[in-house]
Design a protein around this ligand. Structure first.
Ligand SMILES: C[S@@+](CC[C@H](N)C(=O)[O-])C[C@H]1O[C@@H](n2cnc3c(N)ncnc32)[C@H](O)[C@@H]1O
Length: 202
């Protein structure tokens, strides 16, 4: 699996270099403060969202199973003059900061069906009390569109599925939306996505 991704990341900028507009909008609402500035990006790829967060005052950890992507992420951060703590790790081996994170950003982190719930449970565990998950990914109407995402329906997100997976959090947003993606060659064109935010009780 990680070999598939290493191959994809041989070319740089496969999901673009600019952050997701949803990430920018939502992170600006929860600006970093001395009490809350720690952020984790699992399955972060080349670091488009990580570098933007670091440039905006967050202390950022990012991991990905692709060593090629993590090298690019490190370099993009250095070129931007910021630090992103990169970890070449599988989601099920990554340990993270023991104090937890104020924000966990899950962007297009689609897992095979048997791993999705365990992965989301890990994400809940990485949050500190009061922290929030910000998630964006494809929903089933995306199937058949050439603008990105897994080609198997079982790997896509529904609002009902996310409500169940994150039931122990307070769900603040859980909506499907149609957008036109312009995020590198692999996220390009009209697309159907879910945007989701949930908060762990303090
Ligand atoms: C579609 S890409 C999204 C990358 C990035 N989040 C973004 O939005 O630009 C999915 C990423 O998940 C990573 N990934 C998939 N399964 C993983 C796993 N079990 N552990 C760590 N990373 C994984 C892949 O290496 C790939 O970089």
């Amino acid at each position: 699996m990680h070999r598939f991704w290493d191959k994809r990341y041989q070319k740089e900028g496969v999901y673009g270099k600019a952050p997701s507009p949803f990430w920018v909008r939502e992170l600006e609402r929860v600006a970093p403060s001395p009490a809350g500035n720690r952020l984790l990006l699992p399955c972060e790829g080349e670091g488009r969202n990580a570098v933007w967060a670091a440039r905006n005052g967050w202390t950022v950890d990012a991991f990905d199973g692709s060593s090629v992507a993590m090298k690019t992420c490190k370099r993009w951060a250095a070129e931007a003059g910021v630090e992103v703590r990169t970890h070449h790790a599988d989601a099920f081996e990554f340990e993270g900061d023991v104090d937890g994170y104020d924000v966990v950003g899950l962007f297009y982190a689609h897992m095979p069906p048997h791993l999705r719930l365990p992965f989301h449970e890990l994400a809940i565990g990485w949050l500190r009390p009061g922290g929030r998950v910000i998630l964006e990914g494809f929903e089933p109407r995306q199937l058949g569109l050439p603008s990105g995402g897994p080609k198997a329906e079982a790997m896509l997100f529904t609002t009902a599925m996310l409500s169940e997976d994150f039931t122990e959090l307070e769900i603040l947003k859980n909506e499907t939306t149609s957008v036109v993606l312009d995020e590198g060659p692999y996220h390009q064109g009209p697309a159907h996505i879910i945007q989701f935010i949930a908060e762990k009780s303090a």
